[in-house]
Unconditional design. Structure first.
Lengths: 1088, 461
């Protein structure tokens, strides 16, 4: 990469040399004028904050403050001069006015803007190499602006449900749990499908932290203070993200933070209080006593009379492990400056103790504390040179209980407890359901009690500096050099800890003398971005815009891990004290990616724009001598409504666009080499096979075509945006599992796959009401996604995740498919149908047979033999009965593998959101957002245990308890037992046949946000000593509509701490996580 | 005028300084290595590093680690399939092994252990070939003896435990299975490696390695005979006893240099080479998925007092809880045993039992009694004097003396004494059945038996 840094040096040297010889002092003019004025909403006359005002064909401009006023000083004037003043504000139609200036005088220019549902003149900088209007780009660039006063506490929540095709996959409802971000699904099989994320032009570390104990990971993305975000730009795929090269095939998210604006210091404060609760989504624990003696014992424990086979119900999770969580957020920022120096500084303290309770039992808790500080300083030492220093420092601390799919998880143990097993065996009953000391309060049968699980704690901590130096030099009005140097350093530390003697119920045998694991991760991401842009007009009809430059990223990760168990006594809480299971590890990894990019855009009369560009990339994954990879792009944007002859107010705006481009993903840093890894044994240090290696490795290439249109109707009061996209991935990197009989257990990355995907994105926005005192803005969006694994290149199907998760990647099938056993159906008239392999599909005759594979013989049982079998009670929790009552399975798909019949996929076909903002009585605003996902399955492993015959855990949902009590009760009839057994085998039998009855429809609609804000009149606010003042009451995740019977169709046991393959393809896996909580907020915002 | 000039100079100086700073920064960037693509992997070694003889010890140690991983998993599976261990936790594929469903390729434990066994097999052949190629450049020839022993033991465990196996694959090139009828070659391979080990150990006068090699060769030769009794033809043999000269010769020779009846050669798991679901010690003593079988211990083996008090299986001579079993249970199967267990590969006790069995088969009652009582004396048990029957005391002493060593399944079949938990719907109750080529291997290897879900013929009920 030396050549890349050499080119970068040349560009930066050019910037420096130009600065040295060409910079012009800011105050060097002799004759200047001042322009000032006020920007208001043309309907309501409300002042507009953050509107951009600039003088055409100059670099002079400013931004309005909260009163809507602006001031531009130092406008060069010799005698008199006429300039064009232009205004842009999000949500409004741009406006301009010609103004005659006189040297030494101040000219007042006010604007009253009209709202617009369409934003073709919005300026974006992502994906084009320089700031440009969206209408000039042949691809979409989504812009997300944080909604004012909405209950958004982190970036994950800011991104979710705002833009079609952008989905947040959240791990669970514990405080601080972050989301995976997906844009247009998955473009890679083996590499990360997270988009790459920049903040102020600097590539940021978007890893995860924590997640010990099966989930609960926080994400580095959420380190960023959401109150400092000005806007977020999103590039959705390769057609748009080509200039970002390798790694950008899953899109690019560019976060822009607020910068200073001229004027006296302006302070803003926000104070917010949250109350957080879990919705009632966890089914009660049920069970029954099998014998009178057990019933008597339970009667004593629960303090009421319990009869054998009577269903007992408790709510272990709801009654014992939930509380009303509390969150506090205090933020302040200040901005101001002169025309030569502006500044912005902010600080935020976010502190939350979430709705996970139970601290009367132990130390486990869900807490997150974020201290977030930011400061930037923009210097304009010369009128054509700007330098900006960004500095962010974050300090994060979190706590999580053991959660998700984890036999020592507090949730899993609470969900699995059986009330009929509760006792105070090691103490006495103090009051109903309460022991005087050690006991088994909730009826855990295996692993540990809930109280003991509460004795384990996971903690995470991170200190992070993220800073950049950003320079822009306009050598002439056409030629601009710019460069960004960035540095993102995170020192993170995660701890899992069980203290000595935490087994307070004397039940568990798991590391009762304590255990501790420590994981340190020091990651540094360095960014060099340098470019030169040249823009000029050719005659009156043509314009060109050209940019070229380079980007290089150096990611250096150093991790250390240490674990031990068995402390010598209480009070010792360091790894070094442990006497057994002592392990340690260290990894050191540096990866470097970079490339040159260039792009030229040709414009015709400001309504037709064609763009060609490309990027040539290098990566350390291929070594210094390897050739690079070229990614091209072409796009076209046509805006017929910008023709002077266009004057339709019905179809007021129309743009047609198309783009095609490439991007990629490179393999891991050392995937090409055959390697042997350390394997220490009792015999000493050793080496063992690790990586098969492949010298032919190259990046996988995504080629994406997108096309669509934007249309504005009725003076842009209604806007509709439509995009169709199609993506083909060739040379897809597949983590191929070669036969382990060849000696290597690890998968080998190989370029043998192909993936195809396509989708639709639609966005409707309408302003039905616009009056002086009220306005209504409504929106609805939808995204359709279809993904197919076209080819595995001869590799075998890839199993995704843990054995009980039924995800596979199989050639020809949709990505993320679930494969499960399917029950036989009633035979169609004329006998069994045949499958694609030409074999009869197993079926049964409902008139004479029961769909139970009796004793595993492969055919349906007769009613008579089942009645005979059930002449006596049978215990379905014993191996013999489970072996006798097997499900009758059918090979519908002719695969020959009964356990792997495709049964849906884990990615929703449709995702989207709808909602709106209603401003009424001038000062009130109500905002709401609903999100939906349809057409996908959730792997419900929680009920895989809770509804099943498992003898030692679970089997405690009412549905199963009722069936089982009938089969066991001597008082029930044989027919009742047969009916119960039939119901059990065909509805509730789980786990014995991997995946049977496990995939369930996850379609849901969630009321995501509601916020009601009152903004005080400026006069009233000033009487209270404030410049601005507002109060907001808000709710988040208020209601959930779904037929999904499990805990929550949105939570996912596979969070950011899981393997890349699992993160990619095990979305929608529910395994003992907690539901997404409701949040009620009250906040006060004021400025002075 | 002067003020303006000063101001101009100040701007100029600032401009020069900023320009110089940028040029300097760019020079610094181009000179430093921050953005150079040539980065080193310090977390592993590339294969060319193994071409040096100095890598020999590391290769053998790594092979030992992989063998440990393989044996670790197989002992748990074999224990669950026999009556030695039984399921007590949440993952029901242990239960299906308990019930006698041994041949299910999809069983997550046998499926998950297969790659460890395969890696040990491959690394054994690779390591032996590498060290032999070093020739006289090999720094320590004892490393080659250890390589022979470890490689042979990988083949030994394959031959003892699998219905069929794939041994011809190399890296990305798959091979067809050996074939159930030809699996004897795995034990022949083990014997060949042990023979080389014994010869070289003798040359090096390394008694420790010599007795390991001879003891393991005796075991391999014994297993070879058992294989023939159970699989050629398939069934429960009418004549289950082993009495073959080569076996007894090896056992006698090994015993002669083992230095006493308490000698054992064991593989010991460590935190660095055993973790997760395929570490039997973890599954048993940490996660509590498994426990010693109910025929052996009272209640939960992890919950009762250590020592003789927890033992249910009685010594047929004294009627007391068996002391040999108490020692074995204490070592392997209580929480206090820990999760990093040791696995006995060969022992003087086993040599005595081999010789006792040969004597019984030959009708040499005196030698049989001598050998059996030598075994019983190890744990202070009273001498056997004829009650119960000789065959029963032999079976019992093998059961308790070779507990948790992967032999019990053979003895269930050999002596036609099925485990109590085996269900009649599974094949183990009607004919000997062993572990299958795994489901994953079958899906990855087109030359492996298909359909991937089908049990081997011998394991189909």
């Amino acid at each position: 990469m030396r050549r890349v840094s050499w080119v970068g040096s040349v560009l930066m040297a050019g910037l420096g040399a130009g600065l040295t010889f060409g910079a012009t002092p800011v105050k060097a003019q002799n004759a200047t004028a001042i322009i000032e004025g006020k920007i208001t909403d043309g309907t309501s006359q409300r002042p507009l904050d953050a509107a951009s005002v600039f003088i055409s064909e100059t670099r002079l401009g400013g931004v309005t403050n909260a009163q809507g006023t602006y001031r531009i000083v130092g406008v060069p004037v010799t005698g008199t001069r006429t300039v064009l003043v232009r205004v842009r504000a999000l949500g409004y139609t741009p406006a301009s006015k010609s103004v005659a200036l006189t040297a030494g005088q101040t000219t007042k220019v006010d604007f009253a803007l009209s709202t617009s549902a369409i934003q073709l003149n919005q300026v974006v900088v992502t994906g084009s190499g320089q700031a440009t209007e969206t209408k000039r780009l042949g691809n979409t660039v989504a812009v997300i602006v944080p909604p004012a006063n909405a209950p958004i506490n982190d970036i994950s929540n800011l991104l979710t449900a705002r833009e079609p095709g952008l989905v947040g996959v959240i791990g669970g409802g514990l405080s601080g749990q972050g989301a995976q971000i997906r844009i247009r699904g998955n473009s890679s099989l083996s590499q990360s499908n997270e988009p790459i994320i920049f903040i102020d032009g600097v590539r940021m570390n978007n890893g995860a932290s924590g997640g010990g104990g099966g989930g609960g990971a926080t994400t580095r993305l959420d380190d960023i203070d959401p109150t400092t975000i000005e806007r977020v730009e999103v590039l959705k795929g390769a057609a748009a993200a080509t200039l970002y090269g390798t790694e950008a095939s899953n899109g690019v998210i560019q976060i822009f933070t607020k910068v200073g604006s001229q004027g006296a210091p302006r302070w803003n404060f926000t104070a917010q209080q949250d109350a957080i609760t879990f919705p009632d989504r966890v089914a009660p624990n049920t069970g029954f006593a099998r014998r009178q003696s057990q019933a008597d014992s339970l009667s004593g424990f629960y303090g009421r009379t319990i009869a054998p086979f009577e269903i007992i119900e408790t709510e272990v999770f709801k009654d014992n492990l939930t509380e009303t969580g509390r969150g506090t957020s205090v933020a302040a920022n200040v901005t101001g400056g002169s025309n030569a120096v502006t500044y912005f500084a902010s600080g935020r303290l976010f502190n939350e103790n979430g709705p996970f309770g139970g601290n009367q039992f132990g130390v486990a808790s869900d807490e997150i504390r974020r201290i977030q500080t930011s400061a930037n300083l923009t210097l304009v030492p010369f009128k054509n040179f700007r330098v900006r220093f960004n500095n962010n420092f974050y300090n994060i601390a979190s706590k999580n209980p053991e959660t998700n799919n984890n036999i020592y998880g507090v949730n899993s143990l609470a969900f699995m407890a059986r009330p009929e097993l509760a006792n105070c065996r090691n103490s006495s009953v103090e009051s109903p359901g309460v022991c005087s000391g050690a006991g088994n309060l909730f009826g855990n049968q295996a692993f540990m009690t809930v109280r003991e699980a509460m004795g384990q704690q996971n903690e995470g901590a991170a200190s992070r500096y993220l800073g950049s130096l950003d320079m822009t030099y306009n050598q002439t009005s056409n030629l601009t050099y710019s460069a960004t140097l960035g540095y993102d350093y995170t020192a993170a530390r995660d701890i899992q800890f069980s203290r000595f003697g935490y087994n307070i119920d004397r039940f568990t045998s798991q590391t009762v003398t304590g255990a501790r694991s420590v994981f340190n991760d020091n990651t540094r991401v360095s960014t060099l971005d340098a470019k030169v842009a040249y823009n000029r007009n050719i005659g009156s009809s043509w314009s060109t815009s050209t940019v070229g430059g380079l980007q290089v990223f150096n990611t250096n990760t150093k991790t250390t891990a240490a674990n031990s168990q068995a402390f010598p006594g209480p009070g010792i809480e360091v790894v070094g004290a442990g006497g057994t299971a002592i392990t340690n590890g260290e990894t050191l990894l540096t990866t470097i990616n970079g490339g040159y990019f260039g792009q030229t855009q040709l414009g015709f009369r400001d309504w037709v724009f064609g763009t060609v560009g490309g990027r040539y990339d290098f990566s350390s994954a291929f070594g210094e001598a390897a050739p690079g990879v070229f990614y091209p792009k072409v796009s076209l944007s046509v805006v017929p409504s910008d023709r002077k002859s266009w004057n339709s107010s019905t179809l007021s705006t129309l743009r047609l666009r198309a783009a095609v481009g490439q991007s990629g993903r490179q393999p891991g840093a050392f995937d090409k080499f055959t390697t042997f890894q350390p394997l220490t044994s009792e015999f000493g240090p050793g080496l063992a096979p690790q990586n098969l290696g492949s010298q032919e490795l190259r990046p996988e290439i995504s080629t994406e075509i997108e096309g669509g249109f934007e249309a504005g109707f009725y003076d842009n009061r209604l806007a509709f945006e439509f995009t169709y996209w199609d993506r083909k991935v060739r040379d897809a990197l597949i983590a191929r599992q070669f036969p382990s009989s060849g000696g290597f257990r690890n998968t080998q990355i190989t370029n043998i796959g192909a993936i195809s995907a396509n989708g639709l994105e639609m966005n409707l926005r309408v302003f039905p009401i616009r009056t002086a005192t009220s306005s209504l803005e409504l929106f609805a969006n939808a995204a359709y996604l279809k993904q197919t694994l076209t080819s595995l290149g001869g590799a075998p199907p890839i199993k995704v995740g843990y054995f009980r998760y039924r995800g596979f990647l199989k050639e020809g099938d949709p990505l993320g498919s679930l494969y499960e056993p399917l029950l036989a159906s009633a035979c169609p008239s004329g006998g069994p149908a045949t499958n694609s392999a030409g074999r009869p599909i197993t079926c049964f005759n409902p008139a004479t047979e029961v769909p139970i594979n009796f004793n595993g013989r492969g055919t349906a049982a007769t009613q008579q033999e089942l009645l005979a079998y059930f002449a006596t009670p049978r215990d379905i929790q014993t191996s013999a009965v489970q072996g006798a009552l097997q499900p009758l399975l059918a090979d519908y798909q002719g695969t020959g593998i009964l356990f792997e019949q495709r049964n849906g996929d884990v990615f929703p076909d449709w995702t989207g959101a709808f909602g709106g903002t209603y401003r009424f009585r001038k000062n009130w605003r109500i905002q709401s957002l609903f999100e939906y996902r349809t057409g996908f399955q959730v792997q419900n492993l929680t009920d895989g245990f809770r509804l099943s015959q498992h003898p030692s855990i679970g089997s405690n949902r009412r549905e199963f308890s009722e069936v089982q009590s009938i089969m066991l009760n001597p008082a029930s009839t044989a027919q009742e037992r047969v009916d119960a057994a039939t119901l059990y085998v065909n509805e509730y039998r789980r786990l014995l046949e991997p995946g049977l009855n496990q995939g369930q429809d996850g379609t849901f609609l969630r009321w995501r946000e509601l916020a009601l804000t009152y903004e005080f009149n400026p006069t009233l606010a000033s009487k209270l000593g404030a410049r601005t003042l507002s109060v907001t009451g808000a709710g988040r995740n208020l209601l959930l509509w779904t037929k999904y019977p499990g805990v929550d169709p949105e939570v996912n046991a596979i969070d950011r701490s899981a393997s890349t393959l699992d993160q990619n393809f095990l979305a929608s896996t529910e395994a003992f996580g907690v539901p997404i909580p409701r949040r009620f907020s009250f906040s006060v915002n004021f400025g002075f | 005028m002067r003020k303006h000039s000063m101001q101009h100079l100040t701007y100029r100086a600032l401009r020069l300084r900023l320009g110089a700073m940028l040029v300097g920064t760019s020079a610094l960037l181009s000179g430093c290595g921050l953005f150079e693509t040539d980065v080193a992997n310090v977390n592993a070694v590339t294969e060319d590093a193994l071409a040096e003889p100095t890598a020999a010890a590391a290769l053998v140690n790594g092979l030992g680690g992989n063998l440990n991983l393989a044996v670790n998993g197989l002992i748990g599976i074999s224990g669950a399939a026999s009556d030695e261990l039984q399921w007590a936790g949440s993952r029901e594929y242990w239960n299906l092994l308990d019930a006698g469903d041994i041949g299910d390729p999809i069983n997550e434990y046998s499926n998950g252990t297969y790659p460890f066994v395969s890696t040990a097999r491959w690394q054994g052949d690779f390591t032996v070939a590498s060290l032999e190629a070093f020739g006289t450049r090999l720094p320590n020839r004892a490393d080659l003896v250890r390589a022979y022993i470890f490689a042979g033991t990988a083949y030994l465990f394959i031959g003892e435990n699998y219905e069929d196996f794939i041994i011809g694959s190399n890296r990305t090139v798959p091979a067809a299975p050996v074939g159930a009828a030809n699996m004897l070659i795995t034990l022949d391979s083990a014997i060949a490696y042990y023979t080389k080990a014994a010869a070289l150990a003798t040359t090096l006068s390394n008694t420790d390695l010599q007795r390991q090699a001879l003891g393991l060769r005796a075991r391999a030769r014994f297993s070879r005979v058992v294989w023939q009794k159970l699989r050629a033809p398939r069934g429960f043999p009418a004549d289950p006893l082993v009495n073959v000269a080569a076996v007894t010769a090896d056992a006698s020779a090994a015993l002669a240099i083992m230095g006493g009846d308490t000698y054992r050669f064991r593989l010991t798991s460590t935190a660095q080479n055993a973790a997760g679901y395929f570490n039997t010690g973890f599954e048993m003593n940490q996660r509590l998925e498994l426990r010693a079988g109910s025929a052996y211990v009272n209640g939960s083996a992890t919950a009762v007092d250590a020592g003789i008090a927890g033992i249910r299986l009685t010594d047929p001579v004294s009627g007391a809880p068996d002391a040999s079993l108490a020692v074995a249970i204490n070592e392997c199967c209580r929480q206090s045993s820990g999760q990093f267990l040791a696995y006995t590969l060969t022992s003087a006790r086993e040599m005595q039992l081999i010789l006792a069995e040969a004597a019984l088969a030959a009708g040499n009652a005196g030698e049989f009694a001598t050998r059996i009582n030598a075994v019983r004396a190890i744990d202070g048990k009273p001498a056997w004097t004829g009650t119960p029957l000789a065959l029963d005391i032999l079976i019992h002493e093998r059961r308790v003396g070779l507990f948790f060593q992967g032999r019990r399944l053979h003895d269930h079949y050999r002596f036609n004494r099925p485990a109590e938990k085996w269900l009649p719907i599974y094949a183990a109750t009607v004919r000997p059945c062993f572990l299958p080529i795994s489901f994953d291997e079958r899906t990855q290897n087109v030359l492996a038996p298909q359909p991937a879900q089908d049990r081997p013929t011998a394991c189909q009920r």
